[in-house]
Design a protein. Sequence first.
Length: 410
Amino acid sequence: MFGETAETGRETGGEHSEIRHGYENSEVRRVPVRFDAVVKNGRRIAIRLDDEDGNSVVRFGPLPERASGAAAAADALKTLLYKTGGTPYYCAGITSDTDPGLSLDSPVINDIRKKLLADLTEKRKALRPRANRPPGAAAERPVGRPPSEGPQTIFQVLTAGQLTSELAGYGARLLYAPVEILAENFEKTKPFIEAGTTVVAVLPRVILDGEEIREVARLLSHIRALGVRQALVSNPGHIKLAVLSGFAVRGDFGLNIFNSYTAQTYSTANLLSVTVSFELSLRRIREMIKPTDTEMIVYGRLPLMVTEHCIIKNSAGNCVCDGANRLSDKMGNEFPVVKEFGCRNVILNSRKLFMEDKKAECAAAGLWGLRLMFTTESPRECAEVAKSFSGATEYKPNGLTRGLYYSEDE
């Protein structure tokens, strides 16, 4: 954060000030503007400046003079008006209507440019007042509501082989499955649908523009025709893709729901539910105001990293992502590597999160859903875990972890 001195109002911490100045004036944050100039014989110079939001300001100059050389007024305008460096704006284009044989005084045009940019800044401030709350005041506190139902069981699968009739028999409320798995193996979801489970398409965490986004849109269109109407997204940019494809949206852990304000933001975006970050402690999850149905991952190998390139192919020389692939650290811990959309990989935790014996505490946290996330499990293991969480057995995986849910108790 940037401090201020009470006496001068100047920022303290020169290093932070320089970083912020560089960020505010980067091309990412600068506002595109366009100049439109009219330079006619016998008429005062007129230059208009427009921004992307429809704001417009105009300045007038003196009469243009006859050119003594070959330089044209249009060329001079382009050179002089493009100089917006050091301002919150960058010139995205210049149009002009100029008579031939006229010249422009550079200091005059520079002065008009500077005044236009200052005028536009004032106009943008007037049209865009800050939120009606005192500086430094906290945002309005989110309003919570009880979950629409008691803790529901949610299954998430990674492979088609995990979609078995036995697993369907444990009566999950929702079934999360990768969109590509549903498109290729939709018949395997029939036992779940017959058991009253709602099928939800899981969108990839990474979708590049171009061919990848077109492929995901094609897959969504295909499974919607089969009757799927909900999608789970981990990236805010994918919400629009899902909505435009005709899907209601649920929020995954990738949306980084760390507090009530984030949950409130996604609730106002009409998400059916959100998933709290698995980096939160159970105490913080319990204390968190829940403006919408909220779920928590209670079983599975948590993802550690998504790789852009297939490390399996790079290592083995060919893509064998569907096999058993692992990375080892110097302590001998083995981290499964699984396939991800776009020939990427996901590196998973060496130990499985397991909260079956803590279900009462999770339920007391005001959660709507408890998710069992299956990744490397065989179909038989999936059924055993589901059976355990139904209370029928006391099964526990070897090498389990509680993740960070109890980190504040240590």
